[in-house]
Design a protein around this ligand. Structure first.
Ligand code: ACO
Length: 427
């Protein structure tokens, strides 16, 4: 019977070492090299973790070649089409979709926890005018840890779920406050009568007093179609297995720090434009391109090996066929074109960039497809959400993923403090 092991030979000495192969339930198996250093006196070298599994997980599965994404075994296409973001949150935390009454209770709890402690609200006054909402958001989530020191017992499900529900519920309020602070306009308190997503849009857009604006045609209500589009965006961002920010969250978790501090670190990691900050950069880049006539010149720049310029919203470390989330958003964008008034100059530029990149040899040969950020940037613009709030919206969606990964890490008896090695090249 074939052995489920791999044998490595040191060609300098002829010594051989045998390692077990651990079978995955889906996707690639892994070679268990935990004793490699003890056996050989050498480290393995893998900057950027391109071939290294750092944990065992049963939350999210990605097959980058097939363009497949599943949360708890359920395809993202099914979740985006047939379930709300709150159902997806329940699924990630509880490993199953909620029954009707469970969803009602969960929804009510999330609505009731959305307010901020009065002391925490004062924190916003300390930030400078025009502070980027991501900076304010990260700092205020760290501050949240100073208000909630309980419910951290990982052996007690009621406790850690309360801690998880609280952060999921308060993140939209913190993000909306961060935004309104950046404009110097009064905060809108959460409204317990509104759903998770509508409440967030209201806290962003409402006139002081929680009223909607008056416009020439009457009150400017939040349309159902807008709520549905944003809810889908939250679902598509809810988790993405061991990406850069989640790896940071797990790394901070490994030191034993407070979970909200781990999430605050994840927020900081997400801000970079190679990661979640790309959605803001996509629109900034499309605006910079300025007109359809200029697109070819920018594509040329992106292809130039001597130019650092990259086309924002293209390429992905894991998806080498297409990003399934991008596919869902592209069809949502087409569906919403009329209702959300998407036919602007910016859309025309986006379409031309997309058309050229999808047919150009440079992008095809490197598997550089439009990613989720390309389409989410365009849809969020149509929802009248300013660029600076695109990454905070990613944060709102991803918070459930980070906290679920934090819980999984804490429950894993084999988890250790994150402590990579190095190839020393100094004096
Ligand atoms: N535009 C032009 N060329 C690109 C782009 C791009 N957006 N992305 C990668 N390339 C090229 C690289 O120059 C490189 O070319 P070479 O082989 O001739 O040297 C090749 O494609 C491979 O690029 P890497 O950087 O090695 O790919 P990696 O998997 O490490 O990076 C990343 C993935 C960071 C997403 C990259 O594609 C990128 O910077 N994209 C733009 C930013 C972006 O959209 N980020 C959002 C990612 S999705 C998310 O985080 C939610």
């Amino acid at each position: 019977m074939p052995k489920n092991t791999i044998t490595l030979t040191n060609n300098a000495t002829g010594e051989t070492y045998e390692y077990n192969i651990l079978q995955a339930t889906r996707g690639p198996s892994v070679v268990d090299i935990r004793s490699f250093f003890a056996d050989t006196g050498m480290f393995t070298y893998d900057p950027g973790f391109t071939s290294t599994a750092a944990c065992e997980s049963s939350i999210t599965f990605i097959d980058g070649k097939k363009g497949e994404l599943r949360y708890r075994g359920i395809a993202i296409e099914d979740l985006a089409k047939n379930h709300s973001y709150l159902e997806v949150c329940f699924l990630l935390l509880n490993k199953r979709l909620p029954a009707k009454d469970e969803l009602r209770d969960f929804d009510l709890e999330i609505r009731h926890r959305a307010y901020l402690h009065n002391g925490l609200q004062k924190l916003f006054d300390a930030f400078p005018d025009n502070a980027h909402p991501m900076a304010t958001l990260s700092a205020s989530v760290t501050a949240l840890a100073s208000f909630y020191k309980e419910h951290l017992d990982i052996e007690n499900e009621d406790e850690y779920l309360e801690m998880a529900h609280r952060i999921i519920s308060k993140i939209p309020t913190l993000a909306a406050f961060a935004y309104r602070h950046s404009l110097g306009i009064p905060y809108i308190q959460p409204d317990v009568d509104l759903s998770f997503t509508k409440n967030f849009l209201t806290m962003m857009r409402a006139y002081p007093g929680g009223k909607m604006h008056l416009c020439a045609s009457g009150h400017e209500h939040i349309k159902d179609v807008e709520v549905r589009a944003l809810d889908t965006i939250f679902t598509l961002h809810a988790d993405h297995e061991q990406n850069a920010s989640t790896t940071v969250v797990r790394g901070v978790a490994s030191t034993g720090a407070h979970p909200y501090v781990a999430i605050s670190s994840g927020i900081s990691a997400l801000w970079g434009r190679a990661h979640g900050g790309a959605n803001e950069s996509v629109i900034a880049q499309l605006e910079h391109i300025g007109s359809v006539e200029n697109v070819e010149a920018f594509i040329k720049k992106a292809k130039d090996p001597n130019d650092d310029f990259r086309l924002m919203g293209f390429g992905h470390r894991v998806y080498k066929n297409f990003d399934p989330r991008a596919k869902i958003l592209k069809s949502l964008q087409d569906e919403l074109r009329e209702e959300l008034n998407l036919d602007s100059e910016l859309m025309a530029i986006a379409r031309k960039v997309e058309d050229i990149a999808l047919s150009d040899e440079y992008f095809i040969s490197r598997n550089l497809y439009p990613n989720i950020d390309f389409y989410s940037g365009v849809i969020l613009t149509a929802l009248k959400i300013p660029k600076s709030m695109f990454t905070p919206i990613f944060v709102i969606g991803r918070t459930v993923g980070w906290i679920t990964q934090w819980i999984e890490f804490k429950k894993d008896k084999t988890s250790k403090i994150a402590r990579p090695r190095q190839l020393y090249a100094g004096e």
